[in-house]
Design a protein around this ligand. Structure first.
Ligand code: AMP
Ligand code: MG
Length: 419
């Protein structure tokens, strides 16, 4: 038996980062940037107002207060989006809206609420003048040109996982097309004479193909593009054809046929098609696993991951081995998830020295996490996987986890915020 880490290292050593593609900005969410992006200009491009108010000269409102307002002559108004050649001179003010370019001569913006504008609106006091009721230092309420980004600055570096703020940042630079590492096309092939397509009536002795769908959903969740290759029966000819049909993908994931069953011709076919190793991994569920490289006609090698057929085993081995492989192909630098520590509320026995991935529901109470087993833990019981939001890790060398013990939990649905 090999350890989970040993298996993962072997897999990742054979996985390459994919090439890049240029795509419209919004399509790049969740992909890794493949170019350094520098700013073609200052952001903001001009000093602009952070408030609705009056652009004035700080020197002219020194000592102003509610009791003793400084009255200035209003010489114009600038709305956001408008460019004005109006100038603020001593003794004058220009009415200005948030985001509007600050006119020449002004060095401070006085918010409306620090003026007597409302009283002037309600009464007959001259509207061509404004009373300023505060004294503000130079630069107050002005967003300076280049205060966010300076022209020529490296804004986002190659390797950055693009999240919503990055998409916005790129938009603020006017970048409509972006070079990103492409998403992997993941071929998914189910195997087994008993496994039936979900679009057909279920005949005696058959079960529906759930694996292809749970695995394809995991591929989608983690940023890959699934390609369903159907179900191949346990017969050499059809299985070989199906495997070959999947070699246009960036990685081929099969389910079933890698354990010791009498009818597992899958192993023979896989072994014949490439350089495939069959492992027993020290984990539960998911002990049998295959990994190898298939040679394509054009000489290119396509990695193949052979997951066990049991529906929960295939999902958990996907989480542990295929997810990091997909992340690596996508150019992500951090391949691990940010696991949490939770207090186990049930007991879990571990008899045979394997690492157990227990399906749990994690809840938060009094700023602490607690984990409860979701129900029967058989590797075919998909409903208890559906109830789980995490996988509690019971270490190989722990014979029993008693209620109250802290355990590490892989959160299944948490969005990753790191690269
Ligand atoms: P195997 O690894 O091929 O021996 O399969 C182990 C168990 O998983 C058997 O009970 C299979 O019927 C079941 N199984 C295999 N493939 C699938 C599938 N695509 N969908 C649902 N169950 C499957
Ligand atoms: Mg089978």
């Amino acid at each position: 038996m090999i350890s989970v880490e040993e298996a993962l290292t072997k897999i990742l050593n054979s996985i390459q980062i994919l090439d890049s593609e240029e795509k419209p900005l919004l399509d790049c969410l969740g992909q890794v940037l493949a170019e350094d992006v520098y700013s073609p200009f200052d952001v903001p491009p001009h000093d602009n107002s952070a408030m609705d108010g009056y652009a004035v000269q700080a020197g002219g409102i020194k000592g102003a207060s509610h009791k003793n307002p400084k009255v200035l002559r209003v010489v114009g108004e600038i709305a956001a989006g408008k460019v004005s050649d109006l100038k603020v001179e001593p003794g004058t003010a220009i009415r200005i809206m948030t985001g509007a370019f600050v006119p020449n001569g002004a060095d401070v913006v006085v918010p409306f609420e620090d003026t007597d504008e409302i009283e002037r609106k309600e009464t007959a006091i001259s509207k061509t003048e404004i009373g300023v009721r505060v004294s503000l230092t130079e630069g107050c309420n002005i967003r300076r040109r280049g205060e966010d980004i300076v022209q020529g600055e490296l804004v986002l570096a190659k390797g950055k996982l693009l999240r919503p703020a990055d998409i916005g940042l790129l938009a603020s630079l006017g970048k409509s097309m972006v070079q990103v590492i492409r998403r992997p096309l993941v071929g998914i092939l189910a195997t087994g004479n008993e496994v039936a397509d979900i679009n057909r009536p279920l005949l005696p002795g058959k079960i529906y193909n759930s694996n292809s769908y749970s695995l394809a959903a995991q591929v989608l969740l983690y940023g890959g593009v699934p390609k369903l290759l159907g179900v191949a029966p346990d017969n050499e000819e059809q299985l070989t054809a199906a495997v070959r049909g999947g070699l246009q993908c960036d990685i081929l994931v099969t389910s079933g046929g890698v354990s010791l069953g009498d009818y597992d011709v899958v192993k023979q076919v896989l072994a014949a098609e490439g350089n495939v190793s069959f492992w027993t991994v020290r984990m539960k569920p998911g002990k049998p696993l295959a990994f190898g490289m298939f040679k394509r006609g054009d000489g290119k090698e396509v990695p193949h991951l052979g997951l066990p057929g049991n529906p929960v085993s295939s999902m958990i081995t996907f989480e542990v081995f295929a997810r990091p492989a997909i992340f690596k192909m996508m150019g992500r630098s951090n391949l691990t998830k940010s696991n949490i520590t939770a207090v186990m509320e049930d007991s879990v026995g571990n008899k045979d020295g394997r690492r157990i991935f227990s399906r749990v529901v994690v809840t938060r109470r009094d700023s602490k996490y607690f984990a409860r087993i979701t129900g029967p833990q058989g590797s075919g019981i998909l409903s208890s996987m559906a109830k789980a939001n995490g996988l509690a890790i019971i270490p190989e060398n722990t014979r029993e986890v008693k209620p109250g013990t802290p355990v590490e939990v892989i959160m299944l649905d948490w969005d990753e915020v790191h690269d």
